[in-house]
Design a protein around this ligand. Structure first.
Ligand code: ASP
Length: 345
């Protein structure tokens, strides 16, 4: 009788608290060599998986994450795609939601699990959440359906009790173990005594196609955050940032902004110059709706609704679309529909 093949997983260690130790001299946390990570989690060996790992050299605090690093992660996945059943990316929590969103766009036609996790406490600490997160992420990456297909076929964030869709996630807490949430989309799995997948929420390609990786992420994008007291001078200064192609405008409530002419004229001028402006709400929950005149005025100035997209997914989606070389009208159009589950349509 054939013994079933052991799941084969690749860990990509980028850095973050999960792999940090305290520098005794400065008493600050610093990244350390990945080999210590496995030494600190001997339980991983009990999983009976075949696990390989590759590591950023040097590992980084995710505050230093950049599109070049996303390319490094995406390349590692592409190169090893056929050889592994699933991928676990160990990453700092600070920019994890950006990386998850970016990878979801960069890895077109993904049909294997890419599970991103990290921790709030270094893995070497007694009360660490890193050990549990790493082990659960590996189990999720190894999970298969009764037909033998991967249970998760998308980029997801595993943190403490939940598995979230990557491009729907936001870091919600700097302190809590349950640090992430996807405010506008249900959890892909709830982790308690067992791992309970929410099968209806899991992403599935309509048609299976080979993985296609996109490496060109255009950084000519920025956020503008509204606040009462924003002046015309500051707003125009930001809108006129040299070379900028796209702006994610963080607005009030259901997508509302000042209705005064100085504001709408400034937005209209930028749109007329070909700058794509995407309207996303500052609220952690809900999205942009046609409900108030204050939202209509902004739409009339040429800003495009981002619906219920997260700010992280909006900015990375724009980087991806401009990276494809699309014209402003085409970039705008793509915000009306979902590419890989990032908005509710
Ligand atoms: N500053 C760290 C990072 O994002 C925090 C963490 O890992 O949670 O890399």
């Amino acid at each position: 009788m054939n013994t079933p093949r052991r799941p084969k997983l690749l860990i990509i260690y980028t850095g973050g608290t999960i792999g940090m130790i305290e520098n005794p001299a400065t008493r600050t946390l610093q990244p350390f060599d990945f080999t210590h990570l496995i030494d600190n989690v001997p339980k991983v060996r009990k999983l009976n998986y075949e696990i390989d790992n590759i590591s950023f050299n040097p590992p980084i605090d995710s505050s230093d994450m950049s599109p070049e690093h996303w390319v490094e992660i995406a390349m590692a996945i592409e190169r090893n795609y056929r050889a592994y059943d699933g991928f676990v990316v160990l990453h700092g929590t600070d920019t994890m939601a950006y990386t998850a969103s970016a990878l979801s766009f960069m890895l077109e036609n993904l049909s294997k699990p890419v599970i991103i996790t990290g921790s709030q406490l270094p893995i070497g600490e007694v009360r660490t959440d890193g050990e549990e997160n790493l082990i659960t992420a590996l189990q999720i990456a190894a999970s298969v359906t009764p037909t033998g297909a991967p249970t998760v076929q998308e980029v997801a964030i595993l943190f403490e009790n939940y598995l979230w869709r990557g491009n729907r996630s936001t870091k919600m807490s700097a302190d809590n173990f349950n640090a992430f949430k996807s405010n506008n989309y249900p959890a892909l799995a709830k982790i308690g005594l067992g791992i309970h997948f929410n099968n209806d929420a899991l992403y599935r390609l309509i048609e299976h196609r080979p993985l296609r990786t996109h490496y060109n992420m255009d950084s000519a994008v920025m956020f503008i955050d509204l606040f009462p007291g924003l002046t015309e001078q500051t707003l125009r200064h930001q809108l006129n940032t040299p070379g900028i192609k796209g702006i994610v405008l963080k607005t009030y409530g259901a997508g509302n902004a000042p209705t005064e002419a100085w504001f709408t004229d400034a937005i209209r001028d930028a749109v007329d110059r070909g700058v794509v402006i995407i309207n996303v709400t500052q609220c952690v929950n809900g999205g942009v709706h046609k409900r108030y005149q204050a939202g209509d005025a902004l739409a009339a100035s040429g800003a495009v609704s981002g619906h219920d997209i997260t700010a992280e997914a909006a900015i990375t989606k724009m980087m991806y679309l401009f990276g494809l070389g699309l014209a402003p009208e085409d970039v705008r159009d793509h915000f009306g529909h979902s590419i890989c589950g990032e908005i509710t349509v």
